[in-house]
Design a protein around this ligand. Sequence first.
Ligand code: TRP
Length: 393
Amino acid sequence: MTAPTLDESRGTDTSTLGSLTSAQLARLCGVAGLSAVDAKTYAALLAEALGPVAERPLHLPPPSRTCLSDDHTPVEYSLSFLPDGACALRVLVEPGCAAPDLARNGRVGLDVIRDMAYRWGFSTDRLDELEDLFLPPAPQGALALWCALELRPGGIPMLKVYLNPAANGAEHCAETVREALDRLGHGQAFASLPPADGYPFLALDLGDWESPRVKVYLRHDRLSVAEAAGLSRMDAGPGPAEIERFLRTASGLGESVFGDDLLGAVETGPDGEERLTGRPVLTCHAFTKTSVGRPTGFTLHVPVRGYAAHDGESLSRATDVLRAYGMDPAPLPRALAAVTSRPLEDGVGLVAYLALAHQRGRPPRVTTYISSEAYDVRPPATPRPVTAATATG
Ligand code: TRP
């Protein structure tokens, strides 16, 4: 554990989970071009979503073993880039992280969502329709409810709710997802999904969205590059070559001079097929009312932290990807500096995921997920020594 330091140079109070994350978020708002007034509003909103746990001193251990982030901080940021130079800031939070069990964790989460919806006049109908399915009396699995806020200018965010398909037992994940899609009027959606090794999340857009989505996240263990290339099911989505290019850049495949996997996270089979054997890649398939059966959105989530030695490497891959899409990478290093003052080479995981998102009728987006590291920094990975044999052979 790295002890949280008093960050006097920035004049922020880093004594509690709420004060640290609010300060991180306020600085990120500045990077994303939001006004000082919006930054203040959103920093307060994050503390409010955390509830009493915001007051928890940071020298205490994390309030729970939440899997929202690697060090169990119940908060994660993301910065989504568009080709026109704009970037959108989001924050993911687990409002019920301090609850004694998953059932109460979910109740707290629901209350927070309903309070926000009431305040801004959003309907929660679609969530209400799924409540019994995802928040049964004795839910199982790794999470109950997470909430993401898309921080638009003006101080009224858009909401996303993340639910757990394993709530009725891991063996019923697929059924739960199918039933949820059915209830929301997407009876043919499940059949259009590609093969998967798991269903980690189902997410709903709530609020002022042009076309609110229901999103199904899939987990792909030991995914090969060739398999990844064929995972999009949307019409006019990214083609195999685009997916492959993104995956290779984000995961660092083929980067090593020796064609060697120095981190032990990539495997090349006898057939020459390259597989990502470290942290699994996820895909997300979005369905909107306008679609018949097929998804209108596809996102590839690459857990770059499982394939990089340190965050300097992750930043350089993100920069390459952003440039390839004609996006200005300049906000990203500023965003990382808004969250931490540690050298990027001193840890791995500050950049959690790099994602390529396609949505029908919109230009593609590249999203970078940024950890708070309120509790811990994972030490950099030590590449396996390059032996004379690998160097020459
Ligand atoms: N920490 C979890 C994971 O790594 C969940 C999660 C947090 C996540 N942010 C994410 C998953 C962004 C995908 C994309 O899987």
